[in-house]
Design a protein around this ligand. Structure first.
Ligand SMILES: Cc1cc2nc3c(=O)[nH]c(=O)nc-3n(C[C@H](O)[C@H](O)[C@H](O)COP(=O)(O)OP(=O)(O)OC[C@H]3O[C@@H](n4cnc5c(N)ncnc54)[C@H](O)[C@@H]3O)c2cc1C
Length: 424
């Protein structure tokens, strides 16, 4: 017999678990199933701290079973197909599961293959990435042992989870080398697909000063295409002239990232740069099983789930909602965004369940805690309009020790003890 759930959740990561916990707190008698293939749950925001040598990687991984909300059923399987016309999903095991309401939250896909040579060299040849449990510790090994030379930090031209992570680690590395007295021997480059260092002018001003302090050279509108470990070379494409780069860069959706638009009339050039250390971030897109499904946004080449950006209800299938990194809502993809999305989806799903229209709206809130040195951090908070939305009664564009404590001590505790349990 086909299994059936009143509410079926795809993905038990940050979004899936915090949503389910919050929903059950509002209505405990729902029949809820969570499809999640992984036995382990990861607190990814701490991987930046692991790469900076101040956090134990093993503390970022816990057992999924300890966080599956009581009164919900965990199905250890992976969805491979969505059939929204029949209100069902098909799993890797071949099992079909039907639902009354579907909530989609399987995160974002890391497209390591989109950078030629990257997979082969990750963790070797001084190439690392904080975007992986396996390789974040390598980042620290390479930073700690760096003796000077060219250090390259890359940021792709697609939306990514935590748009700040590609440069957070760069500031911490520079601060470490400054303290060690070797920063003068370091030639640091930031190669980014973005239009600028940050899309919110108030926070960008602070970061420009930080870039200047560490003498970091920036290359915006640049798309990294290959990393050759053995020859220690990074290759990127950019517009042929500086003027063309300026014209083709858009600041739309540039809260943390922005896409370097391709103008077919403008010639591009390939640039290659030698490095002695390279921290890289892969291009990202919706997981393939979403991309090829009817719930994907047909206008998004990256295949994100098509939702109304305010209600987070699917634009074509009213009994489907989505939250977290997998949606096409033009917000910055972070756990902080999920904290604001989850209550909206809970309220709107409960409204729909009672035959009413969704009323709650998500305003695009996201946050990016950016350490500018060891012991100081700027907590950038903003919304869909790239307007600051500061929580605290002080100027958050100023890096502070209190915000560093928030990121390094308070947020990890809140995540495991409150956020996943639906109480924060
Ligand atoms: C280096 C780094 C630094 C970051 N820093 C911050 C930060 O400082 N602040 C912040 O707020 N955010 C930060 N983030 C982003 C944050 O971790 C993500 O935005 C958040 O985890 C997204 O939650 P999610 O539930 O959408 O996806 P995830 O938490 O990634 O969970 C997705 C889940 O779906 C499951 N899944 C995958 N495929 C399937 C399938 N086929 N069927 C069923 N389930 C599936 C996965 O196993 C996983 O458990 C950072 C991320 C990284 C990598």
């Amino acid at each position: 017999m086909q299994e059936h759930f009143q509410i079926l959740i795809v993905g038990g990561g940050n979004a899936g678990l915090s949503f389910t916990s919050q929903l059950l707190r509002k209505k405990s008698d729902l029949k809820i199933g969570i499809i999640e293939p992984s036995e382990k749950h990861y607190y990814q925001p701490a991987w930046t701290l692991v790469g900076a040598g101040i956090y134990d990687i093993n503390k970022t991984r816990r057992k999924e079973k300890d966080y599956i909300p009581k009164n919900s059923t965990w199905i250890i399987d992976a969805v491979t197909e969505f059939v929204p016309s029949e209100n069902k999903v098909i799993c890797q095991s071949g099992k079909e599961i039907s639902y009354q309401y579907l909530v989609v939250s399987p995160g974002i896909q890391l497209d390591w293959d989109k950078i030629k040579g990257l997979k082969e060299t990750l963790g070797k040849n001084k190439v690392s990435s904080n975007y992986s449990f396996e390789f974040a510790p390598k980042t620290w090994e390479f930073i700690e042992n760096f003796k000077g030379g060219t250090a390259v930090f890359t940021n792709p031209s697609t939306p990514i989870k935590c748009g700040g992570a590609p440069h957070k680690i760069m500031y911490l590395a520079c601060d470490y080398w400054r303290k060690k007295g070797i920063l003068d021997k370091c030639d640091v480059h930031y190669i980014s697909g973005g239009a600028g260092i940050f899309g919110v002018p108030e926070y960008a001003e602070t970061l420009k000063k930080v870039l200047h302090k560490y003498k970091i050279q920036t290359h915006f509108g640049a798309n990294v295409t290959a990393i050759n470990g053995p020859t220690k070379t990074v290759e990127y494409e950019t517009k042929a002239t500086d003027e063309a780069i300026k014209q083709s860069l858009s600041t739309i959706d540039a809260a943390c990232y922005s896409i370097a638009t391709t103008n077919d009339n403008v010639e591009t050039k390939k640039v290659s740069m030698q490095f002695d250390l390279c921290h890289t971030v892969p291009p990202q897109s919706a997981p393939d099983f979403i991309k090829k499904s009817p719930i994907a946004d047909p206008n998004s080449p990256l295949g994100f789930v098509e939702v109304d950006k305010f209600t987070l209800q699917h634009s074509r299938f009213p009994n489907v909602f989505a939250l977290g990194d997998c949606t096409n809502a033009p917000a910055s993809k972070t756990g902080a965004a999920i904290r604001k999305q989850a209550p909206v989806v809970v309220a709107n799903l409960l409204a729909v369940l009672e035959g009413k229209a969704p009323t709650e709206q998500y305003d695009g809130y996201s946050a990016c805690p950016i350490p500018t040195e060891y012991g100081k951090l700027m907590l950038a908070e903003f919304d869909y309009d790239n307007k600051p939305k500061m929580t605290f009664p002080f100027d958050q564009a100023k890096p502070r020790w209190s915000m560093w404590i928030l990121k390094t001590k308070i947020l990890p505790w809140l995540y495991w003890n409150k956020i996943l349990k639906g109480t924060a």
